[in-house]
Every structure is written in C-alpha cells, then in structure tokens.
Ligand binder design. Structure first.
Ligand code: PMP
Ligand code: GLN
Length: 389
C-alpha cells in the first residue's frame, strides 16, 4: 500500500548507523552515547526487589509518586524551584518521549519553533510531526580564540516573528559540550519577556558538567521556569540509557497539556524501574559524584588524543568531546567518520549529522564527536589505534 510519509527526509539515525558500522568492522565504538560499563549493583538490586515485591502493575499515569517526590526534592535543592508533585512533574519514557509530548502539546500548524544548530536529532522530526515549522539558527562556530560553539542571542532575537511559539535549548549541549552561562540566561530572560514564547529546555546532561561549573537549569530562573518544559533523563545519570526513564517539570497548565499527549503515547512507563530509581536517587550522592567520575574520563581521552593528530576542543559538559581532524584529512565529516571506522577501527559521530542539512559546507567544520562514557581500557585501546594515524 502507498503511504504518504510524514517524515520523508528522515532515515535511520546516525547513532544506529554508526553503531552498526562499528559492529560490522569490529571497531571500538566511541560514537553513540552510551556507557560500556554496568550500572550500580545497588540499583540493580532495588529494581529486582520491586519486581519480587509485586510492583508489576500499571503505575500512576504521571509516574510513581515516590519518584516524583525524589525529582521534586532534587530540583528544589539544586535549582530552587518547587514543582508540585501532583500537577507539575511527569515521568516519561526517556527524554525523547518527553520532548515529543511537549512539542506535540505546545505547537501546531502555523507555529514556528526556534532551534539552535547543531542540535540533537529528535527535535526537528517532533516539530514536523506537530505540523509546525522549525526555524534553525546556527550556533557560532569555534575559532582559535573562542574554541567553543556559542549562542548569538542577537541572531536568535532576529529570528523571532509573530508566529514563534517555542524555543528549544539544550545545556550541557550535545554534541558540542557547551554549557549555558549566567549571561546566556540573562539574554534569554530579556528575549522572551513580553512574548508568548514557551521554552523546551533539554537538560539530560545536567549532572555531567566539569571544572566545578554549576549547571544553570532554566528551573533556577523564575521568569523562565514559568514558561519552560524542563526535561531530563535518568539514562545519563544512572548509566542506564536502555531503561528509557526521563521526566518533565513544567508549570501546571503546560503539564496538563503535556499529560494529555503522554497518556495516549505510553500512558505510563515501567513500574519496577521507577521504584528502583526512586529508592536509589533519594541518595543525592548517586548523582553528585558524576562530575568527578566523568571529568577523569574526559581528561583521560584528552590526554590520549593530544598524542594523535586530532586537535581536541574543550568539553565543559556532557560525556562527549569534539576533535578537529583537519591535520589528517579534508574529507567531509561523514566520509571521514566512515573512513576512520573502516581503516582504523574507531567509530565517532560526524557533527554535521546534527544539522538540518548535513551535506552543506556550512554544516562541516572538520570536527567529529567522541563519546568518553567508556571504560579506561576501551579509551586506551582507541587511543592506541588513533596514535597510528
Ligand atoms: N536529549 C539529548 C541532548 C540527548 O543526548 C539524548 C540521548 N542521548 C536525549 C535527549 C534522549 O534521552 P533518552 O535516552 O532519555 O530518551
Ligand atoms: N543520545 C545519544 C547520542 O547522542 C544517542 C541516542 C540514540 O541512539 N537515539 O549519542
């Protein structure tokens, strides 16, 4: 039967494509972002216990109350905003489903959504499925003097029209590692005041931030929090990307609409994982240790890459690091990533894949993304291979 595609330009995601290529060529996979080490045994035990205790039936649509309570406490302690457990916190099937539900609930035909590029891959399809139009705004590319991607707020301002309904922000930022600074938050506050623009703030890497920098959640700004879906994920925080448990905190009226979509997308998400995560995450040390844990891995990879012909860019947050390969090749990022897997057995992700038009020259900066959520032995093996190039 003929089917008219709603997403004609979408194929298999770059993460799946590169992971398959890594398997095919027996390459070390520093591409797709997932840890190659196991989650804490204590968390495994808590989930098993929930299962043995018979907590196996439908939990509440918005999420297990104990988990929403833990999220409430964490967000209040770290960012100062007290989201109501009953009406403002929703547990979702990963951040991906929270993003889809938030976009479907908040925009539609005729609306424009501002997205900063490079951006995570699920934003643009969500906007299209909602019938809205994505307006992409390039981030300022890195230079020798300023080696981080950054946001030009004047450019964002110039892109606002009477149709702008939503702005999507991501910090710490995948794939660039950039983080929002106080000046960014202030610029954002000024930008949206006296508008009816909502914000979707993707904060899945909130606990993976380095060099003692604070994570500036949009929940920490009363002006912004009043119009923002703050979205996070336990996948990154507990080394369980396959469990797909995330959440969204948003003001009551926005949460009401989000839940109307959520309840018919999934209704609710696996009970035992929620009970396990609630008991585990009640202990704040489980996430407060993450900056040190991942900073050591970041520095390990950076030290290793300094012995190769890659030039690393700073990574203030996330478990990703960008590296410039222009001393090795002038191929496009996609071609270089394939070549690296096939000929040197190390898989990375082309940053151009995070642009609406990956083949455009303006989307190619001779930069690829390495994931360092890996055992030290995995990083060492990859570095050994890369040193030979
Ligand atoms: N946003 C960003 C920036 C991500 O990197 C990811 C996944 N790695 C997600 C959202 C999706 O998170 P989840 O796996 O919880 O759906
Ligand atoms: N977020 C992960 C990354 O950026 C991938 C998630 C996925 O494969 N969908 O690598």
């Amino acid at each position: 039967m003929q089917i008219t595609s709603k997403l004609p330009e979408v194929g298999t995601t770059i993460f799946t494509t590169m992971s398959k290529m890594a398997l095919d060529y027996k390459a070390i996979n520093l591409g797709q972002g997932f840890p190659d080490f196991n989650t804490d045994e204590r968390l495994q035990g808590l989930v098993s216990k929930a299962m043995a205790d018979g907590l196996n039936q439908y939990p509440a649509m918005a999420g297990v109350p104990a988990l929403r309570e833990v999220i409430h406490q964490k967000v209040k302690t770290l960012y100062g905003r007290s989201y109501d457990v009953d009406t403002e916190i929703t547990v979702t099937s990963g951040a991906t489903q929270a993003i889809m539900a938030a976009v479907l609930a908040s925009v539609g035909t005729g609306d424009e959504v501002l997205v900063l590029e490079p951006c995570y891959d699920c934003y643009l399809p969500a906007i299209r499925l909602a019938g809205a139009r994505a307006i992409t705004i390039p981030m300022v590319s890195p230079t020798e003097a300023n080696p981080l991607f950054s946001i030009d707020w004047n450019r964002v301002k110039a892109s606002i029209t009477a149709k702008t309904r939503l702005l999507i922000i991501n910090s710490p930022h995948n794939p660039t590692g950039a983080i929002l600074k106080t000046t960014d938050l202030e610029a954002l506050e000024q930008l949206v005041q006296n508008t009816n623009i909502m914000i979707l703030s993707d904060e899945v890497y909130e606990h993976i931030i380095f060099d003692s920098a604070p994570h500036l959640s949009l929940a920490s700004s009363p002006v912004l929090a009043d119009r923002t879906f703050v979205i996070s994920s336990f996948g990154k925080t507990t080394h369980t990307t396959g469990w797909k448990i995330g959440y969204c905190c948003a003001p009551k009226n926005m949460t009401t609409e989000l839940r109307k979509v959520h309840q018919f997308m999934v209704f609710t998400v696996p009970s035992v994982l929620q009970y396990g995560l609630a008991a585990y995450t009640a202990d704040a040390s489980t996430y407060l240790i993450l900056p040190d844990f991942y900073q050591r891995k970041r520095d390990h990879l950076a030290a290793g890459l300094s012995k190769t012909r890659f030039k690393t860019l700073p990574s203030p947050g996330t478990f990703f690091m960008l590296a410039d390969y222009s001393d090795i090749s002038d191929e496009s990022e996609a071609d270089f990533s394939i070549w690296l897997t096939q000929h040197h057995g190390v898989t990375v992700i082309p940053v151009s894949a995070f642009y609406e038009n990956p083949t455009a020259p303006s989307s190619n900066h001779h930069i690829v993304r390495f994931c360092f959520a890996k055992k030290d032995t995995t990083l060492d093996q990859a570095i050994e291979r890369l040193t030979k190039i």
